[in-house]
Design a protein around this ligand. Structure first.
Ligand code: CP3
Length: 329
């Protein structure tokens, strides 16, 4: 079975001879070839350049031949395109020139139009789709409204926050549908900070918006992966979101997720990204094989990490992880 089909079949809850594999944040600073590009450009210059998106997206795939390639972009490109002025300075969290403090700041943000605001991304997705053929699935992504909002404002006003979430939901649907038009096989919603909410809060502040996004993509038949970093208390909510696949953090025992998800949704995850830094390649192989064993009979499993690959991860460990799953050496 070719990698692209393997990935799509796993999202459809098929039991396969082996699961597909990719790694969150596989493109980035753990690769010397990424650091070489980064030396000459800022992150914002990189994510807006067609040539660099194409190159950096393919870098990890050329080395490791995982089954899925995730486009090089960022969850904060939407608020940037709305006019907030995003920048990343070395070693700091992302900064907005104009954070939202009140309703007038929100009103001043413009509505995005994907073909006007993200032509570099959409054109490169089309090119990547042609380049990859059936040799890898192509994954698009966006942040969840809740997670993206948490970077846009410090406000505690619930009315203001709900309006931001409404705006982001509309923007995110258009953005993801444009990625689908440009050839992605599936999309992932990063609700990385969803785990900061209790299940009750999650049902108020994050889930309803994700449900709407999933509905819009479901109409196109596009699989949606929903990721939460601290997913364990929120597994029920994740299963009810309308997502096709739930991507769980390393806090979640896979067997526990499997019991809740069986027959409803596929599962992605969840080797520790910290183990990927500290262990030897042999220890990675053992941990990965144990994980595969645990999910052997689960219908619809995609091997991945519990959170993004860290910059200090050794190349040999990433190789060991991927090869333990694909069997290629
Ligand atoms: O997975 C991939 O390889 C695709 C690319 C990707 C990036 N960001 C590129 C990036 C993806 C999927 C993201 C998602 C993202 N961005 C999330 C959700 C996932 C998660 O990690 O929880 C979040 C919260 C962001 C926001 C963001 N972007 C932060 C907080 C930072 C700075 C801290 C950091 O991790 O470096 C970024 C910058 C960023 N986005 C980098 C990359 C490769 C590093 C930039 C650099 O080279 O210095």
């Amino acid at each position: 079975m070719r990698p692209r089909e393997r990935f799509v079949q796993a999202a459809k809850k098929e039991v396969l001879d082996r699961p597909p594999v990719w790694l969150m944040r596989q493109a980035g600073r753990h690769l010397p070839e990424y650091r070489a590009v980064k030396e000459k450009k800022s992150f914002m210059q990189m994510v807006k350049s067609e040539e660099i998106i194409f190159e950096v997206t393919l870098q990890p795939w050329r080395r490791y031949k995982m089954d899925c390639v995730v486009v090089f972009a960022d969850i904060l490109l939407i608020p940037d395109a709305m006019g907030m002025g995003l920048s990343f300075s070395q070693g700091k969290s992302p900064q907005f020139e104009k954070p939202i403090r009140d309703f007038s700041d929100l009103k001043n943000l413009r509505a995005t139009d994907p073909s006007r605001d993200f032509p570099y991304l959409l054109k490169t997705l089309k090119r990547l789709r042609l380049e990859l053929g059936d040799d890898a699935a192509l994954l698009g992504f966006a942040g969840s409204p809740w997670t993206v909002m948490s970077y846009m404002t410090q406000s505690a006003d619930p009315k203001l926050k709900k309006q931001i979430l409404e705006r982001l939901t509309e923007e995110t649907i258009d953005y993801l549908l444009a990625q689908v038009e440009s050839g992605v096989d599936a999309v992932q919603i990063f609700d990385s900070w969803g785990g900061r909410l209790t299940p009750e809060e999650y049902r108020e502040w994050s889930l309803p918006y994700i449900v709407r996004i999933c509905e819009a993509l479901q109409k196109k038949g596009t699989p949606v992966i929903l990721y939460i970093k601290e997913s364990r208390p929120l597994l029920n909510e994740m299963c009810e979101s309308g997502a096709t696949v739930i991507s769980v953090g390393s806090d979640t025992p896979l067997a526990e997720a499997a019991t809740l998800a069986r027959g409803k949704v596929a599962i992605q995850g969840n080797l520790s990204n910290e183990l990927m830094v500290s262990a030897t390649p042999e220890e990675i192989r053992q941990a990965t094989e144990a994980m595969l064993q645990e999910m052997k009979d689960f219908p619809g499993y995609i091997a991945n990490l519990g959170h993004g690959l860290l910059p200090e991860t050794p190349i040999e460990n990433v190789r060991s992880f991927v090869e333990s799953i694909t069997g290629n050496r």
